[in-house]
Design a protein around this ligand. Structure first.
Ligand code: HEC
Length: 154
């Protein structure tokens, strides 16, 4: 019985370690790339109204605050999606740098910086209204750029 349990544990652990090392199919990897790129598209869409207001568009307090909320809600998905699918050894079309998976803590911190920036933007908008739009955008845009500079290929 004891021997059976030990054998079972060995088999289970080798299944898990093989599972962890197993390479994703290119099909699964392509789906993962699509999924993370969709989150970036959504981030861009969410942040859009704030950008427009900063460029002189009409100020809408509710839309501005909603934009910041949406960015703060989406950003934590970035590190999760990359941690869940290491696509480095797959044949996929991506602008993600391979170094993301060797620097996951830094990558997650850059996403957290974006969350913090969006929360700060929300506070600025609440206290300053239209007068704070540029400052609010300044809390968000550079956080996108900081991660792109380091982890997004040209
Ligand atoms: C923590 C890192 C990080 C942050 C923060 C970040 N990005 Fe990105 N972004 C990336 C990476 C990496 C890619 C490349 C993804 C790929 O091609 O697989 C990317 C790709 C994109 C794309 C192209 C998506 C596509 O369809 O190919 C857009 C648009 C984008 N980001 C917008 C933004 C905006 C707007 C923000 C801020 C509100 C932002 N990103 C914040 C890392 C980041």
């Amino acid at each position: 019985m004891k021997k059976l349990l030990v054998t079972g544990a060995i088999i289970a652990s080798s299944i898990f370690s093989v599972g962890a090392m197993a390479q994703m199919s290119d099909e699964d990897a392509a789906a993962a790339v699509k999924r993370r790129q969709s989150v970036f598209q959504m981030l861009s869409f969410a942040n859009g109204p704030l950008g427009q207001m900063a460029r002189g568009g009409d100020f809408d307090a509710e839309a501005a605050s909603l934009a910041a909320d949406r960015v703060a809600m989406l950003a934590p998905m970035i590190p999760d999606l990359f941690a869940m699918a290491d696509t480095r050894s797959n044949s996929v079309t991506t602008r993600a740098a391979d170094t993301i998976w060797d620097s996951q803590a830094d990558f997650a911190q850059l996403a957290q910086d974006l969350v913090d920036g969006a929360m700060a933007a929300k506070e600025i908008l609440a206290s300053q209204g239209a007068a704070g739009v540029r400052e609010a955008v300044g809390q968000i845009g550079p956080k996108c750029g900081a991660c792109h500079d380091r982890f997004r290929l040209d």
